[in-house]
Design a protein around this ligand. Structure first.
Ligand SMILES: C[S@@+](CC[C@H](N)C(=O)[O-])C[C@H]1O[C@@H](n2cnc3c(N)ncnc32)[C@H](O)[C@@H]1O
Length: 350
């Protein structure tokens, strides 16, 4: 196993990925993307699936590389971002669209103001979110997803540490993003998302499914970046990002746990979160996508270990290589901060 170094061959691709809007998302691969791109560049393939897309950055890299890209995540929020920047063949939000979104509340809705009063943002920001949503509702496809993605990015940036697990401003360190009105952060986010929209000449797609429901037939290469089962601690995305998940669909069809202080949504089960189910889930995943080249990311301080993963992959695949990316997580809860200096493995199985 060799420690990877960034290559100059893919510098151009990486330059185009650089402006991709950054969200503090647990396990996001912004820092690992250049290494992934180098590895992807060595493999002949035309179509690709990013099966656990999260922030969308890896699917975006595949799009930049000219591949026919499908992005999937079981969260609506992630899937909306992928629809806005990966499936979207070039539609942007014009100044008139933005003006319309900023026009007053057209239907008097106040769900966000009523539900989250005193929790995450000052009431003017909640009013802005209700009002913006009342106008976004009527936008055509891609403009709508871009606007929702920008609302979510703005909201995440106005939360200390980007998560919605705390309802007081005790972490308010006076940073600019925490003080600016959400409306201003939204305008910045619109610009950022607009700037990365392009057509790569392929029919790209965003799905919102459980990974095990995806038909594996259509992909030459599948990138797997499941949640890492931590030895202690938890890795629940809903607990951290419930507000973004709700906001992405205006909480329609979502069940708020009313007795929680954070007004979080019901947890979504995934077998990748637990030590007792992770090995079987990985085995099932490798079996499901056995006909494709599989590229799997996993972190060195999670279970199962590198050798156990190799064993699982070898049950289906003859040729497996492992690469190591020295990786310092930018995300950190207190206990995660202690696990910071971990490496990221990239398994490539053909
Ligand atoms: C490690 S993150 C992916 C990060 C992503 N590669 C990035 O760069 O931002 C794992 C993602 O898997 C999603 N997920 C977890 N279980 C899933 C399942 N059973 N089916 C589909 N997506 C799932 C989570 O919502 C989360 O976004």
């Amino acid at each position: 196993m060799a420690i990877l170094e960034k290559s100059v061959v893919t510098e151009n691709v990486n330059r185009k990925i650089e402006p991709y809007p950054r969200l503090r998302y647990m396990g996001s691969k912004y820092k690992v993307v250049p290494y992934l791109v180098d590895k992807f560049a060595e493999i002949p393939f035309e179509s690709a699936l990013d099966a656990f897309s999260g922030s969308g950055v890896v699917g975006y890299a595949l799009k930049v590389m000219g591949k026919r890209t499908t992005s999937n995540d079981f969260l609506n929020f992630s899937s909306t971002v992928a629809k806005a920047v990966i499936e979207n063949p070039g539609v942007t939000l014009d100044p008139e669209d933005v003006e319309l979104i900023l026009a007053g509340n057209v239907d008097g809705r106040d769900f966000i103001q009523r539900t989250f009063e005193g929790l995450y943002f000052p009431q003017e920001d909640h009013e802005f979110l209700d009002s913006a949503w009342s106008n976004i509702e009527g936008l055509p496809v891609y403009k709508k997803e871009l606007a929702i993605a920008a609302l979510c990015l703005a909201s995440a940036r106005k939360q200390p540490r980007g998560v919605f697990t705390i309802t007081t401003f005790r972490y308010d360190d006076g940073r600019r993003n925490l003080r600016l009105p959400l409306r201003d952060l939204f305008l910045e986010a619109v610009e950022e998302y607009n700037s990365v929209v392009f057509d790569n000449g392929q029919k790209n797609k965003a799905l919102c499914s459980d990974v095990f429901d995806i038909d594996p037939a259509d992909y030459d290469l599948v990138y797997l970046d499941p949640p890492y089962a931590p030895p202690k601690d938890d890795n629940c995305y809903i607990k951290r990002y419930h507000f973004l998940e709700g906001l992405s669909v205006y909480w329609r069809g979502q069940k708020i746990l009313e007795n929680t202080k954070t007004k979080k949504l019901e947890k979504r089960f995934t077998p990748f979160s637990y030590k007792r189910t992770i090995k079987d889930a990985l085995r099932e995943l490798v079996h499901q996508f056995r006909k494709s080249v599989i590229v799997l990311s996993y972190s060195s301080n999670s279970v199962p270990s590198k050798d156990e993963i190799l064993e699982i992959i070898r049950e289906e695949k003859q040729h497996v290589e492992v690469h190591e990316v020295p990786h310092v997580y930018s995300f950190g809860t207190h206990s995660a901060a202690q696990r910071r200096k971990v490496s990221e493995y990239i398994f490539i199985a053909r």
